[in-house]
Ligand binder design. Structure first.
Ligand code: HEM
Length: 513
């Protein structure tokens, strides 16, 4: 008590002399000067917040004032394509603030590429929660030379030789899942959303490609079920504290489960290769490369570090691959003429033998399939933007320098829907990729589906191959009808883009003459 009084004499003077018994926490009593002081401090902070926002924004389009403290937090909780389009349409560069994070959005191809290709000024920021979920010492957070060197080692997991190893796993799992889809479809007349079933196919494929049989079935199921928690946490700006019950807290718990199994898989892969077995999955391939005496990048990788790399691949791929696949099914159902051409190509390359597993060499013979995959990813790019952060003042335009510490967000959508590169940009036209002299092919800078620069997607060939393979097998093994609703063309953003109705499809086995 005495010490409280001593610390706050001016606030307490009235209360402590006039009353018989002193209050337990006298300093909390309202008093005129305390209230005035508090109000003055709060007001100054609010004025400072607005002044800093206006100073950073300068002439860029965007609200003149930011909502105190939270800014556009409410909008970032429920992002919509319409909201983003409005923001992009407001200017090549525009400003917003969320939870006091100052954000500059870039809408043009020139500015977006400039951000992606200026590693001395800006580096990936993923989403605010990414470091909590992926662990801050994950390789994906490396920058500069360290990042380039680490990534060089990982490129070996995506060589043609490595992809050849993965094709067989992807082929057999797509068949297994289609059989399940057909059984479910046979039990009901209704079309079913493929949102979750496609995610499950992707997750099992990723886990088996990355870890082979070193993850038991029940663990694969557990990781797959819990992974949805991670997807839900991938908002542009999250609630700042990972308190129990928040999305980030739930995602961290999901990551712990996944990491436990991935570490065990890394250890088992080392044991398998040491026992002289041929690599059958990505982890084993990696271990085999590392133990080759001729390999220059040899060094020890702990089970934990290998698990973090695999987790980064899951994190980067699961949602984007699911989005790409779901729109692939939707586009093929809505464009029977394209599906017909895909089937003709399959017939030509596979000679009618649809039981024979696909190989990389067979996929090489399918240019129309590849064009279709490129086009579906262009029309509905799974990733519409990637947050970066400036590490120093970034003179992005003659009349604007992005302040240091700003979140800068290059957008991909506009580049991919630019009518100069892609005439009739909303149309789904795989043919635009077949002529080497077409505007699509002569403007490769516009194809930002996988980003650009030092952080461009490491798994892009893997992604194109896997989506192509699944759709190729689906086209020869199944028929599917799309129940079109008023939400089919509307987009919901859950980290990546999905049709709002979850893509309602009715599958049946394909009958051939
Ligand atoms: C359709 C599927 C996919 C899409 C649309 C996609 C898109 C992207 C994009 C836009 C980026 C950021 C690029 C940048 O900042 O310039 C990225 C990065 C990355 N992606 Fe993908 N991705 C896909 C599939 C995959 C797959 C299958 C893997 C791994 C197996 C993967 C692993 C990664 C990694 C590790 C990074 C970070 C690379 C780095 O920082 O060096 N992605 N991806």
């Amino acid at each position: 008590m005495a010490s409280s009084k001593a610390s706050y004499p001016s606030v307490l003077s009235d209360a402590s002399t006039d009353r018989v018994s002193a209050p337990v926490f006298p300093s909390l009593l309202p008093s005129g000067s305390w209230l005035y002081t508090t109000a003055a401090i709060v007001l100054s902070l609010l004025v400072l917040e607005q002044t800093v926002y206006r100073y950073k924004k300068r002439h860029l389009p965007g609200a003149q004032w930011t909502i105190p403290l939270i800014g556009k937090f409410a909008d970032s909780l429920h992002p919509t394509m319409e909201g983003y389009m409005k923001q992009w349409a407001s200017g090549p560069l525009s400003a917003i603030s969320v939870f006091n994070v100052f954000i500059v959005m870039a809408s043009t191809n020139e500015f977006s590429r400039k951000i992606l290709n200026s590693p001395t000024y800006a580096e990936p920021f993923l989403v605010n929660s990414a470091k909590q979920i992926m662990l801050s010492n994950n390789w994906v957070f490396l920058t500069g030379k360290e990042h380039v060197e680490y990534r060089r080692g990982l490129n070996l997991l995506f060589t043609r030789k490595a992809l050849g190893l993965y094709v067989g796993i992807q082929d057999s799992l797509s068949r297994k899942h289609f059989a399940k889809w057909l059984t479910t479809a046979a039990s009901t007349d209704k079309a079913q959303p493929i949102m979750m079933t496609a995610r499950e196919l992707n997750m099992e494929t990723s886990l088996r490609v990355f870890c082979g049989q070193h993850i038991p079935d029940h663990a694969a199921k557990e990781i797959s079920d819990k992974y949805w928690m991670i997807t839900l946490a991938l908002e542009l700006v999250n609630f700042p504290l990972a308190l129990p019950g928040t999305k980030v807290y739930n995602a961290i718990q999901a990551r712990k489960v996944a990491m436990k199994w991935l570490e065990l898989a890394a250890r088992a892969s080392k044991e398998s290769v040491a026992a002289g077995n041929q690599p059958e999955c990505m982890l084993e391939e990696w271990v085999a490369i590392l133990s080759d005496p001729a390999y220059k990048g040899r060094r020890e990788f702990s089970d934990h570090e290998m698990a973090m790399v695999v987790f980064s691949f899951l994190f980067a791929s699961q949602d984007a691959m699911s989005s790409g696949l779901i729109y692939g099914f939707q586009h093929l159902a809505d464009h029977p003429e394209v599906l017909h051409k895909i089937r003709e190509e399959q017939e030509r390359v596979r000679g009618g033998d649809y039981e024979k597993p696909l190989t990389l060499e067979m996929m090489d013979e399918m240019p129309y399939l590849r064009a279709m995959v490129k086009e579906t990813l262009r029309v509905k790019p799974p990733v519409t933007m990637v947050p970066y952060k400036t590490t120093k003042a970034f003179p992005i335009a003659d009349d604007y320098t992005v302040p240091s510490g700003t979140m800068v967000i290059p957008s991909f959508y506009n580049s991919l829907h630019d009518a100069e590169a892609f005439p009739d940009p909303e149309a789904f036209t795989p043919e635009r990729w077949l002529d080497p002299a077409s505007p699509a092919n002569t403007n490769p800078r516009n194809y930002l589906v996988f980003g650009s620069g030092p952080h461009k997607c490491i798994g892009l060939e893997y992604a194109m191959m896997n989506i192509g393979l699944v759709l190729a097998n689906a086209s020869v093994l199944m028929e599917w009808e799309h129940e079109i609703t008023d939400k089919s063309e509307k987009v919901q953003i859950i980290a990546t883009l999905f049709p709002q109705d979850g893509c309602l499809l009715k599958f049946k086995p394909r009958e051939r003459a």
